[in-house]
Ligand binder design. Sequence first.
Ligand SMILES: Nc1ncnc2c1ncn2[C@@H]1O[C@H](COP(=O)(O)OP(=O)(O)OP(=O)(O)O)[C@@H](O)[C@H]1O
Ligand SMILES: [Mg+2]
Length: 663
Amino acid sequence: MYCCRVYYSGLEEAVYRNISACKQLSHTLRTAYGPNGMNKMVINHLEKVFVTSDAATIIRELEVEHPAAQLLVQASEIQDQEVGDGTNFVIIFAGALLEASEDLLRMVAPVKKDLEKMALHVPKVPGLAQMLKEGARYYSGLEEAVYRNISACKQLSHTLRTAYGPNGMNKMVINHLEKVFVTSDAATIIRELEVEHPAAQLLVQASEIQDQEVGDGTNFVIIFAGALLEASEDLLRMGLTPSEIVDGYELALAKALEILPSLTCYEIKDVRDVKEVSNGIRTSISSKQYGNEDFLTDLIAGACTSIIPGKATSFNVDHVRVTKILGCGINSSKVIQGMVFKRGVEGDINKKLKAKIAVYTCAVDIMQTETKGTVLIKTAAELLDFSKGEESGLEGQIKAIADSGADVVVAGGKFGDMALHYLNKYGVMAVRLNSKWDLRRLSKTIGATALPRLTPPTKEELGYADSVAVDEVGDTSVVVFENEALESRIATVLIRGSSDNYMDDVERAIDDGINTFKGITRDGRFVPGGGACEVELARQVASYGDGLPGMDQYAVKRFATALEVFPKALAENTGLKANEILSKLYAAHEEGKKNFGFDIEGDSKSPMKDMLEAGVLDLYLTKMWGLKYATAAACTVLNVDQIIMAKRAGGPRAPAGHNSDDE
Ligand SMILES: Nc1ncnc2c1ncn2[C@@H]1O[C@H](COP(=O)(O)OP(=O)(O)OP(=O)(O)O)[C@@H](O)[C@H]1O
Ligand SMILES: [Mg+2]
């Protein structure tokens, strides 16, 4: 009869069991109540991560399955619909009522027999994990959740620490499409790694925001957040609570940001001055391409300053393009004014000055009809007439384009032989661009409208370039579109190199340089690099911590210690004893030599020098945002006290096992 059903009845089996499930739920949510409530990290079945203390979100994503606990959840959902707030209140209070009723029942039991029939599975051992859908995982408390998250983040930051600075080692990352990356660029490494651990993902996100905001210092964010979390592990062991640590870190961050402007040692006033700009961007390049930095810096500074428009703040990073051509060596790289495309021309004409340009997204050929038609041809004369008719039709089209004033035709599709013949006849240059993206970019810069059919362009639809010409780089021919007008100026850095991987890495260094230039146009201030600014910050934040009363001082001082990770990482990656060098740096800073940092070429005898004199300068904005994002990420991780992971929804996935972050 009820062979597959489970049946529970009576006080012991039904009532107490339900009460206990509800109690569990309300206890879980109780820790999230109020401003100091801890966050929960809930990962739903679609693997979306929620880090929140909002009860409505937590219970929605938890997918509570226990029928009694669901009643509480429903009550709270109604509260959410009715007033939109106080959802946590409902669950906590209902749980508390039930808890009280347990005592009452014990006082008078057993009086009444209750009966409850359920077709649902009611778990035997009450506990939050059993209350959820099958397959959900649940970690709670310091040991299981907080330490576990910290350790995942530590792992990530230790991996990236060895890639920091000019002597940082490269990582070889092979992504899921089997593309190989050989780089020490943190942004690339973490993007291609596809980190899965939810806490480590928070660090990755912080670093991605840094990448969007300033485009450099992505490694800084991960390393510093990792160092903060590592320090907080000790603080937790000392007996501080996560929220005390978070408060302390926030205090320390505020102090650090207050000190940072006073460490400025160099400022760029004129963003059009190539020499000044070079001084500013050299460091961001030397940390990726050590040894080539002078050459690359000159290229980038030249390219950036040459295109800077009237108002300095409107520098657009897209206006400095990078094109890579295999062959020669890095020292044959150069800057070309204008847009460069890696292809030859189609027809016979190689150069046009003051060119009007028509852009088509279609092929330039005899028009194909959309539907197939049949033409009945009876005589040879009819056949000749037919093809002549098509030819003269095409000639007419091309003549109309030439008559509209166009000197150059750029098309996204192929040029037919007959069409090329007529283009040559009317003296029109023909360029084919395969990528839609290139076509769109070109149209934008030359001010043309891309036409979908071979119709003659109007005046407004024609673009303009001062010169369109074929050039040769090595044995690759390129087409260059050049414009003198400042607003539409584009510079292309042409990278030469012996392998694609190498050129990719040079491109990333150049990107860092271009982004630094963009940063300069917003704020030209610089702080000393090579760990000098971090040591000075650490020193001043620590002494600020000494003066604080109460528990805060421990976390503030640990924040200072965490900053030491940067000079240490630079020294370790060079193969020197980090602690020895750190103490020498501290000694120098005590004497007031604020700009002393780690000398990448130094040895254990003289491991430091004045960074301002050496020209190792870090952009102020990079440091400021880096500190902010890293601290925010670390605090978010610390505020989580429970991790609840739903079972993954079905569907194919990459085989497990490559993510050693967890389990
Ligand atoms: N020649 C040098 N001597 C000493 N330190 C240097 C030198 N060049 C760069 N550095 C230091 O290296 C650090 C930057 O390293 P790196 O560029 O690897 O990290 P990041 O900027 O945080 O991350 P990413 O560039 O990957 O986004 C800076 O602190 C900088 O001062
Ligand atoms: Mg960098």
